[in-house]
Design a protein around this ligand. Sequence first.
Ligand code: ADP
Length: 160
Amino acid sequence: MSKIAVYPGSFDPITTGHIDIINRVAQIFDHVIVLVANSSDKKYLFTSDERAQFVRKSIQALNVQVAVHSGLTTEFMKAKKAQVIIRGLRAVADFEYEGTLANMNHRLAPDIETFMIFSRPEYYYISSRGVKEMARNHGSLKGLVPEFLEPLLIQKLASN
Ligand code: ADP
């Protein structure tokens, strides 16, 4: 049976940190689905379609698909017969939140495992929130997001 991993997140927007995780995971699993969350209680800068399009544009690996989903990740996974949730860990600050989330998902779907993957040192400080903060304050975005995203991010924040 082919192994399918799902990498859920806001990706608002995708960063080079996310891209590194996706590319590393794509080398291990048969299929990877990047699941762009569309949650009604979160405020996003970009729409879910924009966020998904940015992920598609950033990833070359042929075994990576992108989907948009609102609702429980585990329900999406059951429908796709996916076995593993991927989450990334940067600093200690991520640890508690990710541990809670993994246990909550285990309660919902005991057959689904969460695999945590450590950020490489060159990406550990990169977050979507930090990138937006940087763009808002006219800091350089070089190396933080894919090049095509730099003007889009600046433009979006200017009109927001
Ligand atoms: P969410 O809003 O669900 O936390 P994010 O898009 O912020 O979504 O992140 C999705 C996942 O990717 C989370 O597990 C987060 O910890 C991880 N992640 C984000 N940035 C990095 C990075 N630079 N290196 C490793 N993991 C990361």
